[in-house]
Design a protein around this ligand. Structure first.
Ligand SMILES: [Zn+2]
Length: 621
């Protein structure tokens, strides 16, 4: 089946309405990792899959605040049953309750009751924030992350913590209540105090009152740490040709109720995809196997991947669905597909745009769904979710992500009303088509056309960047682009291509060389590149993605540099930098390759400083 035929077969089967029904069902559960709600949602997904005769298996990993995968410590299993925060003086009123707004209790907060006078400490996530305020016996109000505030306030004798959204997060609504998670280690748990999250409106009223009066709050949280495991649900459809490898599709199932777009939608599209692909495989088994994972984000994905390193060796590429149902009318556009970084080249890079163009041209509209044309964008690599686990060593799988920007992300406003069935249908089609790519394009000669279109644009981008560096670096930039594009084209050979396609492969490389030479002619001739031969070639020494807390070992100035210069695209830049520390490249070469990934010049000095910081954090030898 050619790509167009695959898409038209899929479009007759994929239903956004059905996917939205599943998303609504998942969104009913409070799905903190290793909690009863998460397990109930997993059971819903598993029952659906059993109904479609899709094979599944559940994997369990400890959630004890101690077990480590690479530098990542598992969160503790945690169950919450309720929580109420009230003001007791100068007058009595209820502020927020778990029954109405589940995000009001910070995930992993200890249970218990507290009462105390309120103390505002600004962000509350640095020691300096507490310098002028004695918080002993008091309730701390802050706009930093609950994970940071709770640890600091607890150590200083505060009895409880209330966090509220900063200006940026509250811009979309003064009534949204943010999701906060503490993710403590077992050692940190005894020092924590109960933590609530409230809206900006509630916090502003408290602050107004606090400027005139003593304000007293009482909070009570019914929650406990348990010994429930982290659960990962795996499903698969066998391929007919073991040499064709596998495609991996992943979505995280965790987060508080409702967290509809993040990520009941990705999980639901995966369920719909499994249904459709199973049905199609019954008629014509695909050459490449298809594996599906529903995970607790990062914390379940990491131990699962570490335990399946050999199996992951068969995976050619992966796709992470993370926030995929945003209504264009209510939330906005575009649908964003994030590229895999260039150091993990695959022919799939060149097929995403043709596929999206084909999906858009189908003018889909689910009943009751948006009728707007699909507006998409193919974006630079991003961090922030499970694709990083598969892209990082030891797996090194080219990993893409699909998602949206969403002002209601990680808030009580991420509700099912904001999920559009048409958008789910778009993403379902895209995901299924990507899963079936090896079947659709293996001996399609157009593959080289798509690759050349993609490669020519990459050379043009490299050439534009090359204008702004010295001639040696400019030529090196084009050489790096050439090596990326020829490696990308060579992955076509993993498809089990016929003789004719195999003959086209070296000719494609000649064309790429021609492009490189064409753009090189715009640059002044390069001088000697001798100095670089002796430069240091850093090597990473820790597998897995960077931990969030990597900045903990930095000074405030270093942390600010890391945030300002290396954290672009949800830290994709730092993640790419670390992965390029492979013992083969100098800081200058890493900077050039990163520039191609991100689309603007990354100064070599920034990369050098970044390497020094990652060395300080223990990530680089
Ligand atoms: Zn999330």
């Amino acid at each position: 089946m050619r790509l167009e035929e695959t898409l038209s077969a899929l479009s007759a089967k994929v239903s956004g309405t059905r996917a939205k029904d599943v998303a609504a069902e998942i969104a009913r559960f409070h799905r903190t990792q290793a909690s009863p709600g998460y397990d109930e949602a997993l059971d819903v997904v598993r029952e659906r899959l059993a109904g479609f005769r899709v094979a599944t298996r559940v994997h369990e990993f400890p959630a004890d605040g101690r077990s480590k995968t690479y530098a990542w410590t598992s969160p503790p299993a945690w169950t919450v049953r309720g929580g109420v925060l009230a003001q007791t003086a100068p007058d009595e009123k209820r502020l927020v309750s778990f029954d109405e707004i589940p995000t009001c209790v910070a995930a992993h907060s200890p249970g218990g009751a507290f009462e105390g006078d309120l103390a505002h400490v600004g962000k509350g996530d640095t020691d300096a924030d507490y310098a002028a305020t004695d918080v002993r016996g008091r309730v701390v109000l802050a706009c930093g992350r609950a994970s940071e505030v709770t640890k600091r306030a607890g150590r200083r004798g505060a009895v409880g913590v209330v966090v509220y959204p900063n200006d940026e997060r509250s811009a979309a609504s003064h009534d949204l209540v943010e999701y906060h998670g503490i993710f403590p280690t077992a050692e940190e748990i005894p020092h924590l105090v109960p933590a609530f999250s409230v809206s900006r409106r509630t916090a502003d009223a408290l602050l107004r009152r606090l400027s005139r009066d003593t304000v007293r709050l009482r909070g009570e949280i019914d929650a406990e740490y348990t010994d429930r495991p982290l659960r990962v649900l795996e499903a698969w459809i066998d391929g007919s040709d073991p040499a064709a490898g596998e495609v991996l599709l992943v979505a995280h199932l965790c987060h508080p109720r409702p967290s509809a777009n993040d990520n009941a939608t990705g999980s639901a599209v995966l369920v719909e995809g499994a249904r459709v692909l199973r049905g199609m495989a019954n008629l014509l088994p695909p050459p490449a196997g298809i594996r599906f994972l529903w995970v607790p984000e990062f914390y379940g994905t990491l131990p699962w991947a570490a335990a399946h390193t050999r199996e992951l060796g068969r995976v050619r590429y992966s796709l992470n669905l993370d926030m995929v149902g945003q209504s264009p009318e209510r939330i906005g556009e575009p649908l964003r597909v994030f590229r895999a970084p260039n150091h993990l080249p695959t022919y799939v890079h060149a097929l995403v745009e043709p596929l999206l163009t084909m999906v858009a041209s189908l003018s889909l509209a689910a009943p009751g769904g948006s009728r707007r044309p699909l507006h998409w964008c193919y974006d630079a690599p991003s961090g922030g979710s499970d694709h990083l686990v598969f892209a990082a060593p030891p797996h090194r799988i080219p990993s893409f992500m699909v998602g949206h920007d969403d002002p209601y992300w990680h808030t009580s406003y991420d509700t099912i009303e904001n999920v559009d069935p048409t958008r789910l249908e778009h993403v379902g089609l895209l995901a299924c088509a990507l899963a079936l790519l090896p079947q659709s394009v293996t001996n399609d000669h157009r593959l080289f056309g798509w690759l050349l279109t993609y490669g020519a644009r990459e050379f043009a981008r490299a050439s534009a960047l090359a204008q702004d560096v010295d001639p040696e670096s400019g030529h090196e930039l084009l050489d790096i682009a050439f090596s990326i594009e020829s490696n990308r084209a060579r992955t076509v050979a993993t498809l089990g291509i016929d003789e004719r396609m195999a003959e086209l492969l070296p000719r494609h490389e000649v064309a790429l060389r021609g492009l490189r030479d064409h753009f090189a002619a715009f640059l002044p001739p390069a001088g000697q590149r001798t100095a670089r031969a002796h430069a240091e070639r850093p090597t990473r020494r820790v597998d897995g993605p960077l931990v969030y807390a990597v900045t903990d070992s930095f000074t405030e100035e270093e942390a600010r540099f890391f945030k300002d210069k290396l954290s672009a695209n949800h830290r994709a830049l730092a993640e790419g930098l670390l992965s390029l520390c492979d013992g083969q490249r100098t800081a200058a070469q890493i900077a050039l390759q990163l520039s191609l990934d991100i689309g603007h010049l990354i100064p070599a000095e920034d990369v050098e400083a970044g390497i020094a910081l990652l060395r300080k954090a223990g990530y680089v030898a």
